[in-house]
Write a protein that binds this ligand. Structure first.
Ligand code: NPG
Length: 377
């Protein structure tokens, strides 16, 4: 179901970029490191008809993927924004094409596209959910739990999130912090919906250990091997009963189609940042829906801007598995939107207002800004 009705073009006067440092409510540890502050770039598209907001979800260092904040900051100013400002009146559907000559940098492209989309949809008083094809007004909320000091601390953290009402738990694993952590959560909480995320930390040589995860009846194992290990993922998938889900490897609709053709995944995590934008996300959703492959919406510790957009995306009908669309309070005590996402009976509401459907808390935005630049046509 491609976008049913295109958005009108916008006349871009310029863009503002800000680097923000948002303190996390607790450290977030994955197989690639620990974050205590979320460094993120906020994009404001400036048009005669009003502003649009987007978010570039890079991290400080290139540990999850090759992108990182100051790389995105540079490429956006040096190449991407000038290309958009030179393009004349621009429809959101044309952003990806205007940026296509520049290889990679998908998170930067996604953040710029979202800002243009938001500006265009606000000008038409149309919500992002309606535009993308959302079919529900609230989405079930899963939580991603970082690696803790030990399995007992993990059980305590998971228990807290279950008490808050999260309907699905994902725990981070890495070599040496895999079977015992998963067993501890299964033993403590019984048959809860549970999945694990390795963030590329294993190799095919670890297949025996990973096969032992089969006894925990997990919903899926996410990205056990490296980003470019499609053939090895296919070999691993043949060894496991646990479904293999890909995240880092899926950088585009084409990559998704290749992964499915190879049997490298039976489930796909869709993150708009990782694949260059929300329109590519809809394309992967459509591909998977036609192929009978379940998808779910991943998270990148988004601020209220990206979090609202993710809720809209997760409301498309092919998102049959619970995503990492948690409440803002999971990561932030103060967000940069006036109505941060909250958990209501284990669900997050899909905003219905124009564009991404949330308003910016300008005071909070200023408070967390550490760098700012404006580029005009
Ligand atoms: O709920 O936003 C969230 C976080 C979900 O675990 C999560 N994200 O590998 O999926 C991931 C991980 C991540 C976060 C990766 C930030 C890279 C950056």
């Amino acid at each position: 179901m491609p976008i049913a009705r295109a958005a009108a073009s916008v006349n871009l006067d310029g863009f503002e970029l800000r680097v923000l440092h948002l303190p996390l409510v607790s450290p977030f540890t994955t197989s690639f490191g620990t974050e205590t502050v979320r460094e993120v770039i906020i994009v404001r598209a400036i048009t005669a008809d009003g502003d649009g907001w987007g978010e570039i979800v890079t991290q400080q260092a290139p540990l999850y993927s090759s992108e990182y904040t100051h790389g995105a900051w540079d490429v956006a100013q040096r190449y991407l924004i000038p290309a958009l400002l030179d393009a004349g009146p621009l429809a959101p559907e044309d952003v990806a094409g205007a940026l296509a000559p520049f290889v990679g940098h998908r998170m930067a492209k996604a953040g710029l596209e979202l800002a243009v989309l938001d500006a265009a949809l606000r000008a038409e008083s149309r919500s992002l959910g309606e535009y993308l094809g959302a079919t529900t007004d609230r989405v079930p909320s899963g939580v991603s739990v970082g690696i803790q000091r030990d399995p007992a601390a993990l059980v305590e953290a998971v228990g807290g999130y279950l008490d808050e009402g999260y309907v699905r738990i994902k725990i981070k694993i890495k070599p040496g912090r895999d079977l015992a952590d998963t067993a501890a959560v299964r033993d403590a909480f019984g048959a809860i919906p549970l999945q694990v995320d390795a963030n590329s930390a294993f190799t095919l040589a670890d297949a025996d250990t990973l096969a032992e995860l089969d006894r925990f009846d997990l919903l899926l194992i996410e990205q056990p091997l490296q980003e470019d290990d499609l053939v090895d993922h296919a070999a691993l998938a043949r060894r496991l009963r646990t479904p293999v889900c890909l995240d880092e490897s899926i950088t585009s609709r084409k990559a998704a189609a290749d992964a499915l053709a190879l049997g490298a995944a039976s489930i796909i995590n869709i993150k708009a940042g990782r694949i260059g934008g929300y329109l590519e996300a809809v394309a992967i959703h459509d591909l998977c829906r036609d192929a009978g492959i379940p998808v779910w919406c991943g998270g990148m510790l988004e601020t209220g801007i990206g979090r609202a957009a993710n809720a809209a995306l997760a409301a498309l009908p092919g998102f049959t598995l619970t995503g990492d669309v948690s409440a803002s309070g999971r990561f932030y005590s103060r967000d940069i939107v006036t109505e941060p996402a909250v958990l209501e009976n284990g669900h997050v509401r899909v905003p219905t207002g124009p564009g991404i459907g949330v308003e910016i808390d300008q005071i909070a935005l200023d408070e967390f800004t550490v760098d700012r630049v404006e580029l005009r046509r």
